[in-house]
Design a binder for this molecule. Structure first.
Ligand code: MN
Length: 311
């Protein structure tokens, strides 16, 4: 089972590990939402992966599975929280929050695909070139083509090298194509951008959503924050976080906004700062304060668990 956001890393891990275990890859988004992940859709086609071999949400009931392997996450979504006892294995690069003793391969790599690749290569599992390319694409997009700074680790580089040898492809060319597809936001409406890389958590009934967007928030045409208020209300969320990441030349920038404009969110922003987020007011969009997150090493992986602590 891949994570709720169903990003390329998660989808690649789910398909490749699923195929190698003779299990059905389950991607918990509607099939018609795959097109929002343009880089994933392109790479699946490029690697000749039939979409018929994947079960999307509504096409399979995970409650009927004998066993579940979680890849690229270890916190069950609110919808599947009661399936935790079916989980037999976890391969992930997020902070370990899974409460039960199952077989875990968890390490803070740039990409979960590096962990899946390492496991399969060590086991001597035959990895056809298209599947190696699928994992490799995920590693490249998550590590910005193995750039030297955080979050790339030596393991990401080692496994990417091994996968590239199997796949026989040019790293930079593959990365350039994927990055172009991922970073061109001009084809999406604000609502699509909010849905594209979305996770939610529920703590004692309080629902909090978290949208990741690859692009400067002010560069998005349309009223993003007004649309975000609609998104929040329609999903009955108490809180919604929006984090953006984008490059200006080689410099990575991140922005964070918490909706709605309320005291709880102001307290939460102060808490994030006390933990090292380095948030500074940047601009106000449709009445919502957007912060410059100067600690660009922090992604949703670090921020969402802290918001959960606050809830
Ligand atoms: Mn991941």
């Amino acid at each position: 089972m891949c994570n709720q956001a169903a990003d390329l890393d998660s989808i690649a891990c789910c398909i490749v590990y699923g195929v190698s275990c003779d299990a059905t890859p389950f991607v918990p988004i509607p099939r018609e939402e795959l097109h929002l992940r343009r880089e994933a859709q392109w790479l699946l086609e490029e690697c000749d992966i039939s979409l018929d071999s994947i079960a999307f949400s509504g096409e399979m009931d995970p409650a009927e599975a004998d066993q579940i392997v979680l890849v690229d996450h270890n916190v069950m979504s609110p919808e599947s929280a009661d399936l935790a006892t079916k989980v037999t294995e976890i391969i992930d690069h997020h902070k370990d929050e899974f409460p039960l003793p199952v077989h875990k391969t968890i390490a803070a790599t740039g990409s979960c695909a590096s962990l899946v690749g390492k496991l399969l290569l060590e086991r001597g599992t035959s990895l056809p070139p298209p599947l190696a390319k699928l994992l490799l694409g995920a590693i490249l997009i998550d590590t910005r083509c193995l750039a030297s700074r955080h979050p790339t680790t030596p393991l990401d580089r080692e496994v990417a090298g091994q996968l590239a040898a199997v796949a026989g492809c040019d790293l930079q060319a593959l990365y350039n194509k994927l990055w172009h597809l991922k970073s061109d936001l001009s084809v999406f409406t604000p609502q699509e951008l909010l849905r594209k890389d979305y996770k939610k958590v529920a703590v004692q009934g309080v629902k909090c959503g978290f949208c990741a967007i690859y692009g400067a928030l002010e560069s998005i045409s349309g009223h993003l924050m007004e649309e975000a208020q609609v998104f929040l209300r329609s999903r009955q969320l108490a809180h919604l976080a929006i984090m953006s990441a984008y490059y200006e030349g080689d410099t990575l920038h991140k922005e964070l906004a918490l909706l709605p404009d309320c005291d709880w969110n102001i307290t939460t922003l102060a808490y994030l700062n006390s933990k090292g987020a380095q948030l500074e007011p940047k601009t106000v969009m449709d009445g919502i304060q957007v912060y410059n997150q100067k600690n660009t090493d922090w992604s949703r992986k670090q921020v969402l668990p802290l918001i959960k602590e606050m809830i």
